[in-house]
Design a protein around this ligand. Structure first.
Ligand code: AMP
Ligand code: GLY
Length: 428
């Protein structure tokens, strides 16, 4: 199969690494990729939202599988666009991802909350507001228990969720979002919801909208500071498997959350051929949904794919040809951890183009380096983003895996480098 992966982060590096191992993989292209990915497949200079170029490339290069890494092209409708390329231009491949309508599970918080409500899927109680019922929103906030969770309805580059500890702060955030359009159109509508107290965990499923397979789970460490302090980031590290994800908890997740979600998609004719990322809260042993994403997570992918022993391209083929139900999913018996090195100042302002040394270091066989925000300038590796690179290690315990990743990161240097040494701390 000829494969085109869209994206340029650590998630896409891990996808390329995994797909490249498949004996079904013929040509592997990645657009726009990064220097780490360039060592695995062929880079194509094409933006992830440049649908016209993606279509032309897919037709000309006989792409069989188009794997969409980030959410934006999915929410913008790449699935539907490429479906048209099948009927109008004779493209013979398929897209791994949901249709535009189904991608609203991630693209609109209000859509996903209503969807969950229709199927009795456990999630925080909520209400939604726009400029029209702004005054009702103020009254709603004033009587709401603390803390209060406010969410911009649309995509806001991971910044659209605010947890307010006081009513005054919540009122300010509410006004900022709805009246001042802090996130543009994305915050014209705001979801206000109950705060769920518990431990977060992410579960990943591949579905064809009828059958599904759980392909992994992980715990993501979102805060910038050790001990889970400071600002939220895209993710500073991940571990898998998570000790509390035992059979009983997973059974609850499947019965109460995954199966009703897939059944709901099918019932409503929401076309879905891709990953669902269930962002869950374990509230005293009972799973609730915090959010749906219509893609894999980053850096979750950097641990779930190394743990997954099953061939990913075979799974994609099974998804496309209706045999997903019969697929065998196998996991490694080891623990996996990834520790992300970020630019100084991240998640606030940070500098780019800082020289990096050590990315060429030879790693032990149980560790992998994934590039996230890097760039090659005339043979010199430089930083090109907030999250710069991540090292994943396989070990006999979470602690062992994390410690080796941290040790290997010590040999990689760039001015301002920052990473958490305490990923997985609660499981030691
Ligand atoms: P999201 O952008 O939806 O992933 O939300 C960002 C983060 O906010 C989540 O990963 C949670 O840590 C937190 N969060 C969102 N909704 C809730 C909630 N209802 N209760 C507690 N924490 C939440
Ligand atoms: N690590 C969280 C995400 O990918 O959304």
């Amino acid at each position: 199969m000829n494969v085109l992966i869209l994206g340029s982060g650590g998630r896409e590096h891990a996808l390329a690494w995994k797909i490249n191992q498949s004996h079904h993989c013929n040509q592997l292209y990645i657009a726009p990729g990064n220097p780490g990915i360039a060592q695995i497949g062929q880079i194509v200079e094409m933006g992830v939202n440049d649908f016209g170029a993606i279509k032309a490339f897919s037709i000309n290069n006989k792409i069989d599988v188009l794997v969409v890494g980030p959410e934006e092209p999915l929410v913008n409708g790449i699935y539907d666009y490429m479906e048209k390329a099948k009927t109008e231009n004779g493209w013979k491949g398929f897209v791994v991802g949901p249709s535009k309508e189904a991608a609203q599970l991630e693209g609109s918080k209000a859509f996903s909350k209503k969807f969950m409500q229709r199927y009795g899927i456990p999630t925080a109680a909520y209400a939604e507001f726009t400029q029209e019922n702004f005054e009702e929103g103020i009254a709603y906030i004033k009587q709401h228990s603390l803390p209060i969770v406010l969410k911009a309805d649309g995509l806001a580059a991971g910044k659209g969720v605010v947890i307010s500890e006081t009513h005054d702060d919540a009122l300010k955030v509410f006004e900022e979002m709805i009246i001042n359009r802090q996130f543009g159109k994305a915050s014209a509508k705001v979801v206000i919801e109950e705060f769920l107290k518990g431990i977060e965990v992410s579960v990943f499923v591949l579905t064809n909208g009828h059958d599904y397979q759980v392909i992994g789970h992980a715990k993501d460490y979102k805060r910038i500071g050790e001990g889970d302090t400071g600002l939220n980031t895209g993710g500073m590290g991940c571990v898998t498997p998570v000790p509390f994800m035992d059979d009983l908890f997973m059974q609850k997740v499947e019965e109460r959350i995954i199966a009703p979600t897939v059944n709901g998609l099918e019932k409503e004719g929401l076309v879905y051929n891709g990953f669902i990322f269930f962002g869950l809260m374990n509230v005293c042993g009972e799973p609730e949904v915090i959010e749906y994403n219509c893609r894999l997570g980053d850096p979750e992918t950097e641990v779930i794919l190394p743990r997954l022993d099953t061939d990913l391209l075979s799974l994609f083929a099974a998804m496309d040809n209706g045999t997903l139900e019969d697929a065998n999913i196998n996991f490694s018996d080891d623990y996996f951890a990834t520790v992300v090195a970020v630019s100084g100042g991240y998640p606030g302002d940070y500098k780019k183009n800082i020289p990096i040394v050590g990315t060429e270091n030879k790693l032990p066989p149980n560790s992998l380096l994934f590039h996230a925000g890097t760039k090659d300038v005339d043979g010199q590796m430089v930083t090109n983003g907030g999250r710069v690179l991540t090292i994943t290690t396989k070990g006999n315990s979470i602690g062992e895996a994390v410690n080796q990743s941290v040790l290997l990161l010590k040999d990689i240097q760039f001015e301002g480098i920052n990473y958490r040494k305490d990923i997985g701390y609660e499981f030691d």
